[in-house]
Design a protein around this ligand. Sequence first.
Ligand SMILES: [Cu+2]
Length: 198
Amino acid sequence: MNRRTFLLSAVAAMSTTGLVAAQHHHGESTPESHDHGMQMSATPDAATMSMGAFYFTVVNHADEADRLLGISSDAAQTLEVHNVEMTDGVMKMSPQHDGVEIPAHGELVLAPGSYHVMMIGLTESLLDGEEFTATLHFEKAGDVEIVVPIFMIEPKDDAAEPVKVGDDLEISNIWARQAPKLDDLATPSASPDATPDE
Ligand SMILES: [Cu+2]
């Protein structure tokens, strides 16, 4: 499959999940929400905006909860923590603007089909076998830099060394992929008259 077909497929796959939610949250009826980072639905570049996602698990050994407030990285223009929710039988992604709690003696799992870091507007392609760095912002633990290895599909074992933050937090199962699509969905055409040339 050539690069153009791949991009169309990727964008089409995203449109069945993320863009539905994006348009819902950022449609013309709610102009005030344009600063939430999903501007790609409101710009002519939407179809060419490259996207990715990354995942990790945070274990909290402390007696108090912490909170993942946000993420920054040079690898994308915008990074948001999203969750995936089923609403009326439709999967939608919802940005977690207030962050996500990591319970005391509990864990927060970011994984396909659940919480994830959405990378909107990649600054370069996410290539299998390469990696990038990102900084996680925690309410209590502060800023933590991690190295994120890139894969085509979810790795079976920890690809990166787990990162320990003092005695309290441990971050493991770190990995990223470009333009995720749901495994149980056939890749649809980008538009009714765009037939994939397989
Ligand atoms: Cu998302």
